[in-house]
Design a protein around this ligand. Structure first.
Ligand SMILES: Nc1nc2c(ncn2[C@@H]2O[C@H](COP(=O)(O)OP(=O)(O)OP(=O)(O)O)[C@@H](O)[C@H]2O)c(=O)[nH]1
Ligand SMILES: [Mg+2]
Length: 225
């Protein structure tokens, strides 16, 4: 049987983490919380719920994801955010193409499943984010002859042995895009499944659309050739 490690990256998610743990637990053979040095009760709540907590190097979400890959015990890794924006009941359909040997990585696509988080009435956190994601997706599709719709979503599954072959180095939110570009570059198969994204339940976004915006085109160039 293919066993699953679920990795939850967290940073100050005390208002969400207990519910996420309860919702994803039944899909996990191993559950890891990778924490970016939360200053609230996030780690305390996870420990109370008997979840293994590992601190990341404190450099951003990307360093958290890479820490999760390193520590995962099983060969199928599912990443799910800690803010209740992803649909845990979609985990079985996310891992199925990997179990069936049809994909090396599977992304939950908000383009195919819809998103309440991308509020298109908001210029920065709606329109600009969607525009950026779509533009990067188009360029990446053209570059590698792919047919993806959502390269940035953090809700995804990947084989650990494949993730290790990617030599990931992103420290921040460009990690998801790096995974996509390097998979395509190395000829690994990426599939998408539709999944609905909800608006973050409690707490604040850590992305900072404007401050982080330069990282995505920079990543595009870094791993283009
Ligand atoms: N380990 C780790 N996790 C992080 C770090 N920064 C953010 N996260 C987590 O990564 C996930 C995605 O971050 P969000 O702040 O939700 O980013 P976003 O989805 O673009 O923003 P929202 O639209 O507000 O949800 C969440 O579970 C965060 O808690 C970090 O430095 N280290
Ligand atoms: Mg979020």
């Amino acid at each position: 049987m293919d066993k699953i490690t679920i990795v939850i990256p967290t940073k100050n998610e005390e208002g969400n983490i207990e519910k996420v743990i309860k919702e994803v637990k039944k899909y996990a053979d191993e559950l890891l919380m990778i924490d970016g040095h939360s200053k609230d009760k996030t780690r305390e709540i996870a420990i109370k719920n008997k979840v293994k907590v590992i601190l990341d190097p404190g450099k951003g979400k990307g360093s958290g994801i890479r820490t999760g890959i390193k520590h995962a015990k099983h060969n199928i890794i599912v990443f799910i955010d800690a803010d209740l924006s992803h649909e845990p009941t979609d985990i079985p359909k996310l891992v199925k193409p990997i179990i069936d040997g049809k994909a090396h990585m599977v992304i939950a696509s908000r383009r195919r499943g819809g998103s309440d988080d991308l509020d298109m009435n908001k210029f920065r956190d709606g329109f600009l984010r969607q525009l950026g994601n779509d533009l990067l997706t188009l360029i990446i599709n053209k570059r590698w002859n792919a047919n993806l719709t959502d390269i940035e979503n953090g809700f995804r599954a990947i084989r650990k042995d494949i993730a290790l072959k990617l030599n990931l180095n992103a420290k921040d939110f460009d990690i998801e895009q790096e995974m996509v570009q390097k998979c395509l570059k190395k000829g690994f198969i990426i599939k998408e499944v539709p999944s609905h994204e909800y608006a973050r339940a409690a707490g604040k976004s850590k992305l900072g659309t404007l401050k982080a915006a330069y990282k995505f085109p920079l990543r595009l160039l870094k791993d283009f050739f």
